[in-house]
Design a protein around this ligand. Structure first.
Ligand SMILES: Cc1cc2nc3c(=O)[nH]c(=O)nc-3n(C[C@H](O)[C@H](O)[C@H](O)COP(=O)(O)OP(=O)(O)OC[C@H]3O[C@@H](n4cnc5c(N)ncnc54)[C@H](O)[C@@H]3O)c2cc1C
Length: 461
């Protein structure tokens, strides 16, 4: 646990490093990790000093809250809460996603069908604004406008240095039911049943996500937190690979810790791109490097040096378009989107994660998140796909991503902004609360020292 005095010193260091950035230069965090996928321009001045803002300040097991520094990874946060039998209301799947990053850049996980998104359980937040002031925001009160506009602002309004979040109880184990569907309509009906009843087939459900291998083969994973587990928990951090288990097992048990990080070990299934799922390579690949942040480093190296792209060119293979996206589609339109995706993009597997705005809304929440306006009472399914497709003759890089953006809008959905986006400014403003963002920006960053949201998300500034 980090002492309050150390936290204050770290905030001072951050403020000093902010003041040292010359006007007109891009302000950027000097963070060790990132889960952003779009390439960014190289910074010309040193980034903000956030080294001392990576810890947990306090876990209040009685009130079920935690005070956490803005750049604390969920891995460290969970390490602090699990010994109390508690976890954050939503724990994104990748270990090095930070709390501040998930609140400003959005996050989602299998508890999102009843807990909403990570920002919905933030009751208080210290923010260093673009104007260089440190203010405390809450869902109601003087700075409520900033509190509500912060989610999906991607650091364009200010940086969170401390957040108070709600926690929830979790058992020592998680019992899983892997349910197979051959028709997407049946999958959607099952999601609807879990959302309505908090149970399926009479058994309670605490968390739910799924995987589609093809429109004729999809799985829902229904999880129940428990202290009593039948049998020894499975281990997917060694030779076994988690996503493959969905096809082999109808029931499973994991420790709570392994459940939270079940997707990190193989970066969902994306570790196959590095050969890590081949039995021989897997045995030789050190366990400490079977983690999403290590794979991400390899991808960043590839972005910089284009090794695979050069090998492809040399072998006469077509260039490839990166298709790395998470989109949210209303439940009723999900089969239509998934069939279109299978026919026109053809990447598999895809990750499925139902979500709704939290009900009842968190303490004091006005339920308005203007920069990512999901409809209250509507169930969405987050559909995640991460890979690349060949650029076909006559097509250009970005065409498939543009078609996806079009289809997302057609089906009444939304797209998160951690990866490539191609919207024009008018469409972007309409979809992501442009008017509100500008008003909040003018109030808290009047000289526009922090990079704008459109510039970050679309122009890759
Ligand atoms: C392949 C892939 C899969 C993903 N899958 C999931 C998923 O399954 N579930 C999920 O929840 N999320 C997922 N994400 C999205 C991820 O949660 C967001 O990209 C999140 O913003 C990453 O947090 P980070 O701490 O790594 O932030 P970074 O990548 O370091 O930064 C993201 C942005 O947030 C800003 N920022 C960072 N910290 C702060 C802060 N304290 N205050 C203000 N601004 C800040 C940065 O300036 C930057 O613009 C995925 C991303 C990728 C690339």
């Amino acid at each position: 646990m980090r002492a309050v005095r150390d936290h204050e010193r770290a905030v001072d260091a951050l403020r000093r490093s902010y003041a040292a950035v010359p006007a007109g230069e891009t302000v950027r965090l000097a963070k060790q990790t990132s889960n952003l996928f779009r390439p960014r321009s190289a910074p010309r001045v040193p980034g903000l000093d956030v080294r001392g803002l990576t810890g947990v300040l306090d876990v209040d097991a009685t009130a079920r809250t935690a005070d956490v520094q803005g750049m604390c990874t969920y891995e460290d946060l969970v390490d602090a809460t699990l010994p109390h039998g508690l976890m954050p209301l939503v724990v994104p799947q990748l270990r090095t996603i930070t709390l501040g990053g998930a609140v400003t850049g959005l996050g989602i996980e299998s508890t999102s069908f009843h807990n909403g998104l990570p920002h919905e359980s933030v009751t208080e937040m210290d923010v260093l604004t673009g104007a260089g002031e440190l203010i405390t925001t809450r869902p109601l009160g003087e700075h409520a406008e900033l509190h509500r506009a912060f989610p999906n602002s991607l650091g364009s309004l200010g940086y969170a240095t401390r957040l108070r979040i709600e926690l929830q109880p979790v058992g020592r184990h998680v019992a899983l039911r892997n349910i197979r569907f051959t028709r997407l309509e049946e999958l959607v009906d099952a999601i609807g049943e879990v959302v309505d009843k908090g149970a399926f087939g009479g058994e309670p459900v605490d968390a739910m996500d799924g995987v589609m291998f093809s429109p004729g083969e999809s799985y829902l994973v229904l999880a129940t937190f428990t202290d009593q587990a039948d049998g020894r928990p499975s281990d997917y951090t060694g030779q076994e690979i988690y996503y493959r288990s969905l096809r082999r097992r109808t029931r499973d048990v994991l420790t709570a810790y392994d459940y939270l990080w079940r997707w990190d070990t193989d970066w969902f299934w994306c570790s196959s791109a590095f050969g890590v799922q081949h039995p021989v390579v897997r045995r030789l690949w050190p366990q400490r490097y079977r983690r999403s942040d290590f794979y991400h480093k390899i991808v960043r190296f590839e972005h910089r040096h284009q090794v695979a792209a050069r090998v492809d060119r040399w072998r006469g293979r077509p260039a490839r378009e990166r298709v790395v996206q998470d989109v949210e589609i209303p439940l009723a339109r999900t089969p239509e989107f998934l069939r279109w995706f299978a026919a026109h993009v053809g990447m598999d597997p895809v990750w499925l994660c139902p979500l709704r705005l939290r009900e009842p809304a968190g303490p004091g929440s006005a339920r308005a998140w203007p920069l990512y306006p999901l409809q209250p009472g509507e169930t969405y399914v987050n559909i995640g796909f991460w890979g690349s497709v060949p650029i076909t003759p006559g097509a250009a890089d970005g065409d498939v991503n543009r078609q996806i953006e079009h289809m997302v809008s057609e089906t009444g959905g939304h797209k998160s902004l951690y990866s490539d986006a191609y919207y024009d400014r008018a469409a972007f403003d309409r979809l992501y609360g442009g008017e509100t963002w500008r008003a909040v920006k003018d109030r808290y960053d009047p000289d526009h020292r922090l990079t704008g949201l459109y510039e970050k998300a679309v122009s890759r500034a």
